[in-house]
Design a protein around this ligand. Sequence first.
Ligand code: ATP
Ligand code: MG
Length: 476
Amino acid sequence: MASPLVPSKQRRFAVDVVRRLRKAGFQAYWAGGCVRDQLLGREPKDYDVATDATPDQSRALFGPRRTLALGAAFGVITVLGPPGAGQVELATFRRDAAYSDGRHPDYVTFSTPREDAARRDFTINGLFYDPIHERVIDFVGGEQDLRAGILRAIGDPAERFHEDKLRMLRAVRFAAAFELRLDEATEAVIRRMASQIVAVSPERIAAEMQRILVDAHRARAVRMTVETGLAAAILPEVVPADEPARARLEATLAVLDRLSQPSFPLALAALLHGWVDPAGAEAICRRWRLSSKQAGRVAWLVADRGVLPHARSMPWSKLQKVLVAEGIGELLDFEEAVARAGSDETSVIDWCRSLLGQPREALDPPPLVSGDDLIRHGVPPGPKYRVLLERIRDAQLDGEIHTRQEALELADRILEQAMDKRLKKKIEALNQRIQRLRQQLAGARKQRDESGEAAALERQLAEAEAELRKVKDAVE
Ligand code: ATP
Ligand code: MG
């Protein structure tokens, strides 16, 4: 496993990469997100370096063992750092040509820093930085926009969003995350083109929504997707159509705001809860090609949200099943956010958390019996096993039984009751049949029929009465 990242080591390594390229006679700058983050006073997550060295030249310089060439076709080489320093993406200055499908550049051409800046999406993402001379190189006016708090597309916004429609969603993410306002022209084009976002693959949309929803500014971003019309195209389920729904959206946003470092499934469940049922949530996850594990978690959170507030009045067997579920940490965080957005009454959530602090043995004791035990006990295998084992488990958790022997006795009782119920039903049905036959027989006799109908009815009646006696004998 890679060692954990140490920001100071990451940074030193990123300076080092630039220095080595310069010494070998190449141009090299930090580029994009890391420059923006540094100007905002934030620790960059990772460093991208732009250079005029070709991928082959970069590989020769850093050596094949310290580099990965997965993105070489797009001019990108990954340079691996020493422990704790992570890796640097090293990209050759390029110009992207013709987005005929609105998703991917058709091909790339190596180019100049100025053109490399111009192909990037937003001015704040189009900056270079020379870490040796500590100087920003700005071809696109990004520094000023950053100072003024404006998110602006580089060049003609309509053209840029036409090339890659995902940029509309990225605009919302960056504006929300860095608390910027959308430049007027940029916003107008997004509103006009929002419905075209569906040209983007579901995977890319989902990846962008994930980055939006795990970020602390998720509520602001979701509001912007609704206001710009992007939500109507990718998540119409949460777009309010009337006044009550608008109030519901406000409630949803208040909950989103109070989540603290949620997982993607939790944040998505918080967004969807109140708008779709668990099956609807799962359908959205499928639409976005999320893994079935993530989809399952989202659906479970949507389904079980609202259970824990009643924890104190629930049988332990019911509460315990929720507490031992894999997603309980997320469910508790969800409930806490809901509580904080409303009454601010979290004592029942705190109580649930304290229950989780018990030793495993108390929280989730091993079952008293297994399916194999039931087979050995002579219960014929079948679909009723699941129900039987669950009822035995509930009785164990609720303290009604304590030993294997008691568990098997309970199994017998449950099976007997089930048998009694079936026989009772049968007796009832036979009684009704006998009643009916008697009436028909009386009618047939009155008419003194010759066809022998009365005789046939008498035979049927005798059979039914015999069967009833047999069933009754079995009960005794
Ligand atoms: P984050 O910190 O969230 O990763 P980032 O700016 O690094 O933000 P990335 O998606 O990692 O964003 O992209 C790195 C850089 O590549 C961006 O800053 C931008 O210059 C450029 N870029 C990425 N995606 C696009 C795109 N779809 N269109 C144009 N430029 C892009
Ligand atoms: Mg990045």
